[in-house]
Design a protein around this ligand. Structure first.
Ligand SMILES: Nc1ncnc2c1ncn2[C@@H]1O[C@H](COP(=O)(O)OP(=O)(O)OP(=O)(O)O)[C@@H](O)[C@H]1O
Length: 238
């Protein structure tokens, strides 16, 4: 994995407009993730967990505050740079997998290669990218499902394929929004164990949003969002 060590959000503020009313969601949030850490973000529905994750991953811009990676501010770069940094630094995992239904598992995992490289160099690199995608699917336990389409996979398998996709190109940080939220308890625990193994064995840095206390208890550190601010603690099980 990349040698990036530390991501920090400082003084993050974000409001959304509902008609004429401005609704503050984040009211000055400081959050950081150390290299190799697994941090869980919890909080009531609507407390701003996804908003914070999206801001950290440069998918959304804060109204105020800054995002730094290894002490260097990244949120104020021109859009093109931000896009390139997002694609290089972050792997994203979503609750509903967001796999393309017409592509096989392996082709889905190759997709970030197309986004990162652009069509021309993707075309030149595609044999290497295909190999990497196959290895990653093997790594998440789907070596026997390379040519299956999403409709031919279980929920847990789809999320494993989405994890493999997030790992393509060795991102520095994995950002996961309710990665177990659409799965039954056993498949959810299986996905969490896979993430934990990647975190422990490969030092992959991770921040994951979850509703599930059982999942949050297994993180190194928990960040709770309430009323636009955060509190933090280390769970007993970590
Ligand atoms: N694009 C948007 N436009 C307007 N309001 C939004 C937008 N995105 C989020 N919000 C509002 O911001 C608040 C926080 O949303 P967010 O999705 O970050 O919460 P959450 O804690 O992840 O919720 P959940 O656990 O239900 O997914 C909510 O009240 C939501 O309605």
């Amino acid at each position: 994995m990349s040698t990036t060590t530390h991501i920090a959000a400082t003084g993050i503020r974000k409001s959304y407009r509902k008609g004429r009313i401005e609704v503050p969601v984040l009211r000055g949030v400081d959050a950081e993730v150390e290299h190799g850490e697994l941090v869980a973000v919890v909080g009531a529905s609507g407390s701003g967990k996804s908003t914070l994750l999206h801001i950290l991953g440069l998918l959304d811009a804060p109204d105020a505050g800054r995002i730094e990676v290894d002490g260097r501010r990244i949120d104020d770069r021109p859009e093109k740079h931000r896009d390139a940094m997002r694609n290089r630094l972050f792997g994203f995992i979503f609750q509903f997998y967001h796999l393309l239904p017409e592509l096989t598992a392996q082709e889905n995992v190759m997709m970030p290669g197309l986004i990162r490289h652009g069509l021309w160099s993707y075309w030149k690199e595609r044999a290497r990218i295909r190999r990497e995608a196959g290895e990653l699917l093997e790594r998440v336990g789907l070596g026997h499902r390379l040519t299956h389409r999403p409709s031919e996979l279980s929920g847990g398998e789809m999320q494993r394929a989405a994890i493999a996709r997030a790992l393509l190109g060795k991102p520095a940080i994995l950002l996961a929004d309710e990665p177990t939220g659409n799965l039954d308890a056993a498949s959810g625990q299986g996905v969490l164990e896979l993430l934990r193994t990647l975190n422990r064995e490969e030092g992959l840095t991770m921040m994951l949003v979850t509703h599930d206390q059982q999942i949050a208890q297994q993180a190194d550190r928990v960040v709770r969002l309430a009323e636009g601010r955060i509190e933090e603690w280390v769970p007993a099980l970590a």
